[in-house]
Design a protein around this ligand. Structure first.
Ligand SMILES: [Zn+2]
Ligand SMILES: [Zn+2]
Length: 186
């Protein structure tokens, strides 16, 4: 699998549970890795022109980093959600949000003889990776499904609501490959 990456995006942001983090803020580094496939994009031909570009990836991260959150997990999840929304042809995505010099430190007396030792952490980070390659439940052809409302199949306006219900009942999803969906689209 080939990856496109935007690594080491730096932000000053106000995430965290401590008051100091929320008022003074801190340094964050964000890495985004996207895997796209020309074959997969071609399989959903309406998506043939959608490719990942760095400016948009950066803008998405900037917008999400500007919203103060308590947990790094929340930031990672919402960046992935926005990427899915923006780029309908990702085969997989990996996002890492790193807090530089997190407010973790301590001192401890090891023994009477030795002075106290101190410790701190250079960074704390959270990463999530999601894989979107699956198979059409009708013909077993490879396709991309985001498994939520950001998926391309939800944007097909030609699919009648009643047909959607039938497909969901029969296959458990409306996300069939383009060939199969054409049979159902009105
Ligand atoms: Zn199919
Ligand atoms: Zn889908």
């Amino acid at each position: 699998m080939a990856w496109i990456a935007l690594e080491g995006m730096r932000f000053h942001a106000f995430h965290g549970v401590y008051e100091a983090e929320q008022i003074l803020g801190g340094a964050y580094i964000v890495d985004v890795y996207v895997s796209t496939g020309i074959a997969a994009a071609a399989a959903n031909d309406s998506l043939a022109n959608t490719h990942v570009n760095y400016e948009t990836v950066f803008q998405i991260c900037l917008v999400e980093m500007a919203k103060p959150r308590k947990l790094l997990e929340t930031i990672v999840t919402s960046i992935i959600r926005q990427l899915k929304h923006q780029f309908p042809s990702m085969k997989a995505v990996r996002v890492r949000v790193k807090k530089v010099n997190p407010p973790i430190f301590g001192r401890m007396q090891v023994s009477e003889k030795h002075p106290a030792i101190g410790g701190q952490a250079a960074a704390a980070w959270v990463e999530d990776e999601q894989d979107f390659v699956s198979r059409c439940p009708r013909c077993q052809r490879e396709l991309l499904c985001y498994q939520d409302d950001t998926c391309w199949c939800n944007t097909l306006t030609t699919l009648h609501p009643a047909t959607r219900e039938t497909l969901t009942r029969q296959f458990g999803t409306t996300c069939l490959c383009n060939n199969c969906l054409k049979l159902y689209a009105g």
